[in-house]
Design a protein around this ligand. Structure first.
Ligand code: 8YV
Length: 309
C-alpha cells in the first residue's frame, strides 16, 4: 500500500507526477486536511515560505517526515518536530545561484529603473513622452551583506564582478578574502549604500532590519531582500521609503505573504517580486528531486540525503 502524504505547496508537474507514482497525495492549503484523511498522513511536502502551520502538525498524529522544498526552516517548528520524532529535510545547495541572481536582478532593476523603462516602451511612449528619469550606477557601490552563508557568498561573488566593495555581518567572522567582516548590523549599514539580506528567518532575526538600520543606509541607500520578510520591520521600511530617508528597496519577500502593503505596491522607490528567487525550471526541478529523494529514502528506511532534523 502506498504511503499517504500531504502536499501543502504546489510543485512542478514533473515532480508532482513522481510523488503521485509513489504515494497517495492529498492536497490542502495551510488550513489543513479533512479529519478522516489526517490520521493516515505520514509525510508532508511543503514550501519554505509555507512550512507547516502548527495546527496542521497537531492534526496529523502519524506524521513522520516533513520535506521542505526550499532551504528556509523558519515556517516549521523544528523543536516540536524533534520532540515528536518527525524528520525534517530541506534542499540545500541547488538554489544558491538562482537566489543570488535574483538579488543582483532586483538591484539592477531598482537602480537602473528597468521596470519603469519597460513600461514606457510597451506603452508606446518612446518618441512622445519625456524619457524616464536617469538611473543610478550599480558598479562600484558599497555592498553590505547580512548573512554570509552560501547565498550571501554567491551574492558577494557577483558583486565583486561589479567592482563593489563588500562587507558583511554574520554570527562570526568567516575570514573570507576580499570581504570585510563587521560584527554588528547597524555598523555595517552605516558603512554601505546597498544592504542585501541573505540571513535566515525565524525568531532570532525578526525585525532586525529596523528604523535605525534603514536610516543608516540613507537617502541614496537601497535595501535588497531575498531572504525572509520577517527580518525587516516592514512598517519602518514603508515609513523610510515614504519619507525618502531610504532611497529604495528591491523585495522578493514580505512580512505577511502574499499580502504586500499598498504603500510598497504603489511606491516609485520599490521593485517587487512574489517570492520568486528560486523560481527557475532548472532549480525547481533540482529542488523537487531532492524532496522526492528525501521522502523515498525515509519510506525505504535509508539515510536521508539532506536532513535538518
Ligand atoms: C522557495 C524558499 O520559493 O528556499 C526557501 O526557503 O522560500 C524558496 O526557495 C519556496 O520554498 C518554494 O516553495
Amino acid at each position: 500500500m502506498k504511503p499517504e502524504i500531504l502536499l501543502l505547496d504546489p510543485m512542478m508537474d514533473a515532480i508532482e507526477k513522481q510523488l503521485e507514482a509513489a504515494y497517495v497525495v492529498h492536497r490542502a492549503g495551510p488550513a489543513g486536511v479533512p479529519a478522516d484523511v489526517a490520521g493516515r498522513i505520514r509525510g508532508i511536502a511543503t514550501g519554505g515560505g509555507t512550512g507547516v502551520p502548527r495546527a496542521v502538525m497537531d492534526s496529523l498524529p502519524g506524521l513522520e517526515i516533513i520535506a521542505i522544498n526550499g532551504i528556509g526552516t523558519d515556517a516549521v517548528d523544528l523543536v516540536e518536530a524533534r520532540r515528536r520524532g518527525i524528520r525534517v529535510t530541506t534542499t540545500p545547495g541547488v538554489l544558491t545561484d538562482d537566489v543570488a541572481d535574483m538579488a543582483m536582478g532586483l538591484l539592477l532593476s531598482l537602480l537602473r529603473g528597468l521596470p519603469e523603462s519597460d513600461r514606457y516602451v510597451r506603452a508606446g511612449a518612446w518618441g512622445h513622452d519625456p524619457a524616464p528619469p536617469l538611473g543610478h550606477r550599480v558598479s562600484g557601490r558599497r555592498m553590505g551583506i547580512f548573512g554570509m552563508g552560501h547565498v550571501g557568498q554567491a551574492i558577494a561573488a557577483r558583486a565583486r564582478a561589479f567592482n563593489m566593495a563588500i562587507a558583511y555581518t554574520d554570527r562570526h567572522d568567516k575570514h573570507l578574502p576580499g570581504c570585510l567582516f563587521v560584527p554588528d548590523l547597524l555598523t555595517l549599514a552605516q558603512g554601505v549604500d546597498t544592504l542585501v539580506i541573505a540571513a535566515s528567518g525565524g525568531v532570532g532575526s525578526r525585525n532586525l532590519v529596523n528604523a535605525p538600520v534603514l536610516a543608516a543606509l540613507g537617502p541614496e541607500g537601497v535595501l535588497i531582500n531575498i531572504a525572509r520578510g520577517s527580518i525587516v520591520d516592514e512598517a519602518a521600511l514603508v515609513a523610510a521609503l515614504a519619507a525618502g530617508t531610504l532611497g529604495g528597496a528591491g523585495l522578493d519577500v514580505f512580512a505577511h505573504e502574499p499580502d504586500v502593503p499598498e504603500a510598497l505596491r504603489t511606491s516609485p522607490r520599490t521593485v517587487l517580486q512574489p517570492h520568486r528567487a528560486s523560481a527557475t525550471v532548472e532549480t525547481r526541478l533540482a529542488m523537487g528531486q531532492l524532496v522526492v529523494a528525501n521522502l523515498a529514502a525515509h519510506f525505504a528506511g535509508g539515510p536521508l540525503p539532506s536532513p535538518v532534523v
